[in-house]
Design a binder for this molecule. Structure first.
Ligand code: ATP
Length: 307
């Protein structure tokens, strides 16, 4: 009902009479008024006058009904500790593939290795529950697909030089606009779920606490629709997942990275190495050419770009 009311108000652009809404929706005018009041409570800017109702600002809400094709699989929370925790619980309880948990803000947003992800109002924070029919050893392909898809979507929508830093942060001109982490659970050599969490700096500004961060709003000098960005990303990523075609994923990903050819420092749980990032192999590992000419393969670690 909310989606229908909003669609009608958006389509009309001017004032829509209560009579028209009640006829179109097949409910009483009192019922229309109740739904409108609820929408206003939820933050929609709807002006009410004796002539009817008018949506004065389309807004950028991320409620499930804003995504009509996906409504039943979208879970929206104005504020949570972490979308990863909610998504994990839903996944363990058997939620369907491509369930999306979105938060307006996170109080304990997480990065990799228990780092914090600053998640104030205005950013886009979501976790996607995926149930690909693949063995756990191939799960890296899903992570690379996600970062590749997001970089591509950002480039296409905003004409910005969004590139992936191995393994999966997205930077624009060396500043971080997106962090990603993934969690997997498997049963008897089969993935039961892979959850991909993305935090994107959209209309928020984390730079006072994270000087090496940037946001789309700062880069573009205008507000950006989180809803449009999320829809585009989900559509493109879902098409990729449904295609089941991951054979060329690493070579495609390489076209969207800024790590290769750069001098980097890589910190793993065991050691720290410095060298030139020469390649990413077919399993997603970073190949590092060290000072002494030998090549080191890094499967998991933090990568810092050196000037
Ligand atoms: P890096 O590659 O920068 O070391 P990471 O991949 O290890 O990061 P992530 O999980 O992507 O870690 O992000 C966590 C880190 O990102 C934090 O330690 C912090 O430095 C930084 N950070 C936290 N919140 C934000 C934000 N909103 N925007 C940009 N950077 C952030």
């Amino acid at each position: 009902m909310k989606a229908q009311i909003l669609d009608t108000l958006k389509a009309e652009e001017g004032i829509v009479s209560g009579e028209k809404l009640s006829a179109e929706l097949g409910v009483s005018r009192v019922s229309v008024w109740k739904h409108i009041s609820r929408l206003r409570e939820l933050g929609y800017k709807i002006a009410a006058s004796p002539r009817g109702y008018q949506l004065t600002d389309p807004g950028d809400a991320l409620f499930p009904w804003e995504f009509p094709d996906r409504e039943s699989k979208i879970h929206y929370f104005p504020q949570v500790a972490s979308t990863m925790d909610i998504a994990r619980n839903l996944a363990r309880k058997g939620c369907p593939d491509f369930t999306v948990v979105i938060a307006g803000q996170q109080k304990k947003g997480r990065g990799r290795l228990q780092r914090k992800w600053l998640s104030s109002e205005g950013g886009l924070y979501f976790t996607l529950v995926l149930r690909p029919e693949i063995p756990p050893v191939l799960s890296f392909r899903i992570n690379f697909s996600a970062s590749l898809t997001l970089a591509r979507t950002l480039q296409r929508m905003f004409d910005i030089n969004a590139l992936v830093k191995w393994p999966n942060d997205i930077l624009v001109d060396g500043k971080k606009i997106t962090g990603m982490l993934s969690e997997m659970e498997a049963e008897s050599e089969r993935v039961s779920f892979i959850n991909i969490g993305l935090g994107i700096n959209v209309n928020n500004d984390p730079t006072s606490r994270e000087p090496m961060a940037a946001s789309l709003k700062k880069i573009l000098g205008r507000d950006v629709s989180r809803k449009a960005l999320l829809s585009e990303f989900l559509n493109e990523f879902e098409a990729r997942m449904n295609s089941g075609n991951f054979d060329n994923i690493i070579s495609e990903w390489k076209e969207y990275t800024m790590t290769l050819g750069r001098r980097v420092k890589v910190v793993t749980t065991n050691d720290v190495s410095e060298g030139i990032a020469t390649d990413v192999d077919e399993n997603g590992a970073l190949m590092l050419e060290l000072e002494n000419g030998s090549v080191k393969k890094v499967i998991y670690g933090d990568c810092f770009l050196k000037p």
